[in-house]
Design a protein around this ligand. Sequence first.
Ligand SMILES: O=c1[nH]c(NC[C@H](O)[C@H](O)[C@H](O)CO)c([N+](=O)[O-])c(=O)[nH]1
Length: 164
Amino acid sequence: HSVKGVGAVDRVYDGSNLRVGIVHARWNDSVISALVKGAIVKLEAAGVKKENIVVETVPGSYELPYGTKTLIRQQAKNCTPLDVVLPIGVLIKGSTMHFEYIADAVSHGLMKLQFDIDLPVIFGLLTCLTEHQALQRAGLTEDGHNHGEDWGSAAVEMAIKHQN
Ligand SMILES: O=c1[nH]c(NC[C@H](O)[C@H](O)[C@H](O)CO)c([N+](=O)[O-])c(=O)[nH]1
């Protein structure tokens, strides 16, 4: 293993009174569903109740910032507000610069959003140069690791920081 280890060092948090939103794109769906499942496994392992995990979808990753904003607003209006949102998307490089523009716009959009609305927004966008890279990062290959799990753990930790 490299000296830097793999991912953030896990800590144990009690997520039993958290409400978590997940907004996922519908491109590259087999990778997306593995990432979403991985995140939910970790959320539930931290005690987040099934009824407190709200899942919405958007067409593609470019819609994640606005789809995240509308979910937060809708939840704040209709029921108990969310404590964190995890947008999930998978970008796979094609033969044009489209990938770079979406990746740049979405990463800046999600970073800005969390300060605009004062709510933690976890960065769940895979920016892959090949399909194999995407499969690896969703834990769908022998040597893979599901980054959705890391995002689920980060969501619990940041939601608790937001509540305190
Ligand atoms: O989520 C993705 N959206 C993609 N494009 C759609 C984009 O996110 C928007 O939905 C679309 O441009 C309409 O706004 C992708 N590619 O183009 O390759 C991709 O790989 N992943």
